[in-house]
Design a protein around this ligand. Structure first.
Ligand SMILES: [Zn+2]
Ligand SMILES: [Zn+2]
Length: 338
């Protein structure tokens, strides 16, 4: 029997229809089907030794001084940016019903690791920590510019997730305007905060951590779980246990705990589902949002199916894997320590 569930964050209805998929007993851990890659590709613009091909470096972490090849992460401006701050104004123009502005914003590429061949799930935990510290540095650098209203940090892994370059990388896109989707979600959360004086996401985290049915991993600072009304199979949310609206507020200890969580959660997807294509996105409060109403989180969406006509036409999702079954399977997948 199918069931309709309301997603408390997105306010979207989802039809959980597990009889369309196979039963959880039939999911077996799969090996990656990706062809093996070289550790270093001399033709890759992101590999060490080719730094001159990405001259617009804005940041790096690692042991190396200056512009050598001894780095752990590098951040460069996107060669084909969708937005830019160079000679571009954030001022909006209005002509009757027409509103526009120049393509103002930030579009950076984060090179996750010097290694060409390694999936985030298989990186040493220390490298994942360096990566999430790099995200924090770029988040903070973006919001220093008061013209920036919203910062989105994300990663596309694999062709189905929209990536065009193999070398592991992430992206930062920051805009002066805030999208309708984000404004709408913030408005509902702010309404709840005003009515009940409480963050609805703190409430949800409490409930999930207490019940534990959908929890994949929990440590001192983070909890990872399959959402009660997951829009797609094996969707995972990673929430800080402490209430904070913005990713830039993370302490060093919390970055360490986030790296531990991601090592486990991405490892479970890697070893359980055979290194699937996925997107992850850090959803953080826009500048205008009050600190009490929003609770930042990281959303991981494995790209296992295709959006069909019904989803496009109705805005209602069909998930053929019950969140409890997906969680039970992921709980059972073992992840090697490093
Ligand atoms: Zn490379
Ligand atoms: Zn909260």
């Amino acid at each position: 029997m199918s069931e309709l569930r309301l997603n408390v964050v997105t306010k979207e209805w989802v039809i959980i229809a597990p009889e369309r998929g196979s039963s959880p007993r039939e999911i077996k851990p799969q090996a990656s089907a990706r062809p093996p890659l070289p550790v270093h590709d001399p033709n890759c613009p992101f590999c060490p030794g080719n730094e001159r091909e990405t001259e617009t470096e804005v940041f790096r972490l690692g042991n190396g001084e200056g512009d050598g090849s001894d780095w752990a992460t590098r951040v460069v401006l996107n060669r084909y940016p969708v937005l830019s701050r160079e000679h571009v104004s954030p001022d909006q123009k209005h002509h009757g019903l027409r509103h526009s502005l120049q393509g103002f914003g930030v579009h950076e590429v984060i090179i996750d690791t010097p290694r060409h061949d390694i999936a985030t799930a298989r990186m040493p935990r220390s490298q994942i920590e360096t990566l999430f510290r790099t995200y924090r540095a770029r988040y903070r650098a973006c919001v220093e510019d008061e013209r920036i209203g919203h910062v989105v940090i994300f990663k596309n892994h694999g062709l189905a997730a929209g990536t065009s370059l193999i070398h592991p990388h992430s992206q930062v896109v920051a805009t002066s305007v805030v999208s309708y989707q984000v404004r709408d979600r913030i408005r509902t959360l702010e309404d709840h905060d005003a009515l009940y004086g409480q963050c609805v996401l703190c409430q949800m985290i409490d409930q999930e951590a207490t019940e534990g049915v959908r929890v994949i991993h929990i440590n001192d600072s983070f909890v990872a779980f399959v959402p009660y009304a997951a829009l797609s199979p094996f969707h995972v949310w990673v929430f800080p246990l402490r209430h904070m609206a913005r990713y830039g507020e993370l302490t060093d200890d919390e970055v360490k705990d986030l790296a531990e969580t991601m090592h486990i959660v991405l490892g479970k997807l890697y070893f359980g589902l055979g290194d699937p294509d996925f997107n992850f996105v850090i959803r953080s409060a826009p500048r205008t949002c009050s600190a009490s109403a929003f609770h930042w989180y990281l959303s991981i969406v494995p790209r296992l199916g295709r959006t069909a006509g019904f989803e496009l036409g109705s805005g209602m999702y069909v998930n053929d894997r019950a969140p409890e079954e997906a969680a039970e399977f992921l709980q059972s997948v073992a992840v090697p320590a490093e």
